[in-house]
Design a protein around this ligand. Structure first.
Ligand SMILES: [Zn+2]
Length: 132
């Protein structure tokens, strides 16, 4: 019952649907539990909150079988774990970066003090202005 037509765009040949309201339908991706990741054309008024949308829905992708669904779930779990690990490593790296800068500052200060102890105050510097 859908009005199927095709248009050519700069990104190649794309299909287009028109819903029962007569509006061009956006291509969406389902986030529901049963159809997660499946692409479909649906009435553009569906998510506008007015409740005036028609019942037009045209799936592009075939349903996902149980095996694929289980694999997707497993991959999402692994992806979440990897994202958490990456976040933790970035936090550790940030702390190490701060410590490295602090250590460089400390080394610079210690080397300046060491130079002062070894070579003393250079000629031509007013000793009364030194903090020691
Ligand atoms: Zn519609």
């Amino acid at each position: 019952m859908s009005d199927r037509s095709s248009i050519a765009s700069g990104h190649g040949h794309q299909e287009m649907r028109v819903c029962f309201c007569g509006l061009p339908c956006p291509l969406r991706t389902s986030s529901s539990k049963d159809n997660r990741g499946r692409r479909y054309f649906g009435c553009p008024k569906f998510k506008d909150g007015t409740g005036t949308h028609c019942k037009f829905l045209d799936w592009i992708d075939d349903p996902i079988n149980d095996h694929t669904c289980a694999m997707l779930s497993e991959l999402k779990t692994k992806n979440k774990l990897l994202e958490d690990q990456l976040c933790h490593k970035e936090a550790v790296e940030s702390r190490l970066h701060f410590l490295l800068i602090a250590l460089c500052g400390l080394c610079l200060a210690l080397s300046s003090m060491l130079m002062y102890v070894i070579f003393g105050v250079p000629q031509g510097i007013d000793r009364r202005r030194l903090p020691l």
